[in-house]
Write a protein that binds this ligand. Structure first.
Ligand SMILES: Nc1ncnc2c1ncn2[C@@H]1O[C@H](COP(=O)(O)OP(=O)(O)OP(=O)(O)O)[C@@H](O)[C@H]1O
Length: 663
């Protein structure tokens, strides 16, 4: 079996596709051309080879006229090669005679005549002189610099009695014309060596060209303006982006001093490596300066120009993203407990409205689960992968609510954070914005919110630039907004914008069948948080068994605080249960739990009993304890409400409510 790796070309000598073979031109107007033809056949597979019968200025013209079809490298000998080297824009490989060539040519010349001259372009190489001395050869050395020179050198040698001339093509052609003997200096080996070198140079040039093109492409694709400068501040490369910013032609800029091309930049570019702000033609840029090191030459500089606005926008997006992580919906539809007809209706509406993008108004007394419904709807909607942002419109003073909702630019007001801040409307982009207690929103903000709903754009405080937002708004209220409209505290047009779809949440007292299932679920949740209850309430059946005796007093109670109030009662029961040594296993159970209820919430068991006052004061006491705890946490967290909510495991709304409830 053949080994495929063996047939693979070595990496250092890549084989080019026919269309990509290096283009090599061999240029000569002398007998050198015959040698080119002789060995060209050996290279046709590896190069796109052309033998051109031109030399000197004609050859330069031919090469440059070829444009993109220009050779990658040219091969030439003698004075022609030296002439081309400084005049064509591609590398020139010179054919040089080997020591063997010289020896061989001189030996042949001696056979043809007694007096021999070796004519070389430029100075005669030292090794040739040494060789000739070592073998006591009687050889005259002569050299020429240009084609014109060559003729007079040859004629002079003839006049000096030289019989045979050894030299490059042009010299031997002239010698033959002058009736002298002529021995061509170059052998096949020296031409072959030149071809091999040309191939290597061409391949390296090709690789370099490809690399340069890639780099150039990369440079052109950058959204920032980029310029590379040499140690003297001259442009080595500039991308189109920066050329447009500076109003320059990128190609013409290369080789010229940047500050002469764009004098406006003088004084505003960074002096050392780092960043600075600079204004170009009315727009502000963040300019970064970095070193451009290259071996063998003084270090240059690379400057990148980033539009300040783009940096700001990016910063905004990043900040928003970070905040989005804090804004996610915890509740799902399955968390909504209850099998009553009214709760089933709520579930149906949540599912239906989740498919729509229209604004929803949720109506319901405090603690009926309005936020839970809003979160469930978000979770079921196509926006579920984006933020669910909730804000209690009654929980903040007007100025704070405004900056929280709409965000602000740096310097918009005293104390405005550096870099500004995205408002919650922006944070909710592509997600849901839940405006709790919308009825409490101050009138001035109602107008701004209305504009956001109409235009789907938000303008930060202190800014004039609107930012597009794609949000779904869900608002909630515990009081009839129509009353607010009549009282002049709520805008009618905003009400109609909000009340497109609506869900009314029934108070707990209107769905007595949900009481026990809710109590069971809440007790299991409380037990899960209470290590002393671990294992003592293994499942819903055990919890239901324990709470069954409370169903009847629960049904008689009005639950003004709805599910939240029930939650508090169950929480207290859980604490009592945790304190009790063991749960009763027999018929004393009902007495046990009712007694417990009487202790933790006497107002439920005996609504009109004397104990009510005491019970209320008990509730008040617990509220104060909670509020004190929250205040202590706020002090410990330097007033950072988010941190406090995180630490205490409560929502911002709850935090606000608990603080207010104890007032
Ligand atoms: N049907 C339900 N099933 C389970 N838990 C519920 C249900 N309804 C409400 N809750 C719980 O009651 C508490 C209050 O719910 P939520 O905060 O959603 O009410 P709200 O109507 O938004 O209250 P407020 O108007 O006071 O802000 C939450 O802890 C929630 O988990």
């Amino acid at each position: 079996m053949s080994n495929p790796a063996a047939s693979r070309p070595a990496l250092s000598t890549p084989l080019f596709e026919p269309a990509q073979r290096p283009r090599i031109w061999a240029l000569s107007i002398s007998r050198l051309r015959d040698l080119f033809f002789d060995i060209a056949g050996e290279y046709v597979e590896r190069a796109d080879l052309r033998i051109v019968a031109h030399g000197f200025e004609d050859a330069v013209r031919e090469v440059e006229a070829a444009g993109t079809g220009r050779p990658d490298v040219v091969i030439a000998g003698g004075s022609n090669g030296a002439y081309l080297k400084t005049r064509v824009s591609v590398p020139v490989v010179l054919i040089g005679p080997t020591g063997f060539d010289v020896m061989h040519a001189l030996a042949r010349a001696r056979r043809d005549g007694a007096k021999v001259a070796l004519v070389s372009h430029g100075d005669t190489p030292d090794e040739v002189r040494r060789f000739s001395a070592a073998y006591a050869l009687d050889v005259t050395f002569a050299s020429y610099q240009s084609a014109q020179d060559a003729e007079s050198v040859v004629l002079d040698l003839r006049d000096r009695g030289i019989d045979v001339v050894v030299g490059p093509g042009l010299v031997t052609d002239l010698a033959a014309n002058a009736g002298m003997g002529a021995v061509f200096l170059y052998s096949r080996a020296s031409v072959r060596a030149a071809f091999d070198t040309a191939l290597e140079v061409a391949q390296a040039t090709r690789r370099e060209t490809v690399r340069r093109q890639r780099l150039d492409n990369l440079l052109q694709h950058l959204r920032d303006g980029v310029v590379a400068l040499d140690a003297q501040g001259r442009v080595e490369a500039m991308n189109q982006r920066l050329a447009s910013v500076l109003g320059l032609d990128a190609a013409n800029a290369v080789g010229r001093v940047l500050l002469e091309l764009a004098p406006d930049l003088a004084g505003s570019l960074p002096d050392a490596d780092g960043d600075t702000f600079c204004t170009v033609r009315g727009a502000s840029y963040v300019v970064h300066r970095g070193p451009l090191a290259s071996t063998g030459s003084a270090a240059g500089t690379v400057l990148t120009f980033q539009e300040s606005r783009a940096v700001e926008r990016l910063d905004r997006t990043l900040r928003s993203r970070q905040r989005v992580q804090q804004f996610s919906a915890r509740y799902r539809l399955a968390d909504i407990v209850g099998a009553s007809e009214s709760i089933e209706r709520v579930r149906t509406l949540v599912k239906r409205y989740a498919r729509s993008d229209a604004t929803v108004l949720i109506l319901g007394e405090s603690g009926t689960g309005k936020e839970m419904v809003a979160q469930s709807m978000h979770q079921l909607s196509a926006r579920r992968d984006f933020a669910f942002v909730a804000i209690n419109c009654g929980a903040f003073p007007e100025a704070l609510l405004e900056s929280e909702l709409f965000g602000y630019e740096e310097g918009a007001f005293t104390g405005a954070r550096k870099g500004g801040k995205a408002g919650l409307i922006e944070v909710a982009h592509r997600g849901t914005l839940f405006l709790d207690e919308i009825g409490e929103m101050p009138l001035s903000l109602q107008s701004r919110l209305l504009r956001v709903l109409q235009e789907r754009e938000v303008v930060r405080l202190g800014s004039t630039e609107p930012t597009r937002v794609d949000i779904r708004v869900v608002a909630a209220t515990h009081r009839a907004l129509t009353e607010g409209i009549e009282a002049g505290s709520f805008r009618a047009d905003l009400y109609y914008r909000l009340n497109i779809l609506s869900i009314a949440l029934p108070p707990l007292r209107e769905r007595p069948t949900d009481l026990l299932p809710l109590a069971v679920e809440l007790l299991l949740q409380a037990a899960a948080r209470e290590p002393r209850l671990a294992g003592r309430l293994p499942d819903a059946a055990a919890a239901e068994h324990l709470l069954a005796a409370l169903d009847e007093p629960f049904r008689r109670y009005a639950w003004p605080g709805n599910v939240r109030e029930l939650q508090n009662v169950i929480e207290r029961i859980a604490v009592e249960l945790a304190d009790a040594d063991a749960l009763p296993q027999d018929s004393t159970e009902a007495v046990f739990t009712r007694d417990m209820l009487r202790t933790v919430a006497p107002e439920i068991v005996e609504p009109h009993a004397r104990g009510r006052k005491a019970a209320l004061s008990l509730r008040e006491r617990s509220r104060h304890v909670e509020a004190d705890e929250i205040r202590a946490a706020l002090a410990a967290h330097d007033g950072d409400r988010d941190a406090v909510c995180e630490a205490l495991g409560i929502s911002k709304t709850t935090l606000w409510r608990k603080l207010n409830a104890a007032q």
